[in-house]
Design a protein. Structure first.
Length: 153
């Protein structure tokens, strides 16, 4: 994991950071996500039908999106942040199916850092890759507003 002070964050703009570790997507996780969200469409939970039609059950796209905070934090630690706010998504595409049992990892690139509202508006590109597949599962451009602690000001 790379570690940097908030004041040094602009130096990482345009840099492809080292990817996260590979993590497995299990059917149990998919079932729990379906229970949590109420999205119990058959492609996620009906193992037999999904196996016939798609080669296995498919993880929810928003399940993948929900992996970004933990996987992103495993790639980059920004010191001197009092708090950060998820500010939204500029672009989000689910470009490939993630079947139960595969492994995924996150790639992260900082696209911009701009002063805003007494903090720093950061724009990131996140790509979730699937082990053994050329096409990624997801590509997202997300924004976070970061506020420094007292030492950073």
């Amino acid at each position: 994991m790379q570690s940097i002070n908030l004041s040094e964050l602009p130096s990482l703009v345009g840099v492809d950071l080292a990817p996260s570790k590979w993590v497995s997507i299990t059917q149990e996780q998919i079932d729990r996500f379906a229970d949590l969200t109420g999205d119990d469409e058959w492609i996620h939970i009906d193992r037999d039908r999904a196996a016939r039609e798609f080669g296995g059950t498919i993880a929810h796209g928003y399940h993948l999106l929900a992996l970004i905070p933990a996987l992103g934090a495993s790639i980059l630690e920004v010191r001197g942040v009092k708090n950060g706010l998820n500010y939204g998504i500029n672009r989000l595409r689910f470009t490939n199916m993630v079947r139960a049992g595969v492994r995924v990892r996150l790639r992260r690139k900082l696209l911009s850092v701009e002063p805003q509202r007494g903090g720093w508006m950061t724009t990131h590109e996140f790509i979730i890759e699937i082990a053994g597949e050329e096409r990624p599962a997801m590509v997202a451009e997300m924004l976070f507003l970061l506020f420094g602690d007292d030492e950073e000001r």
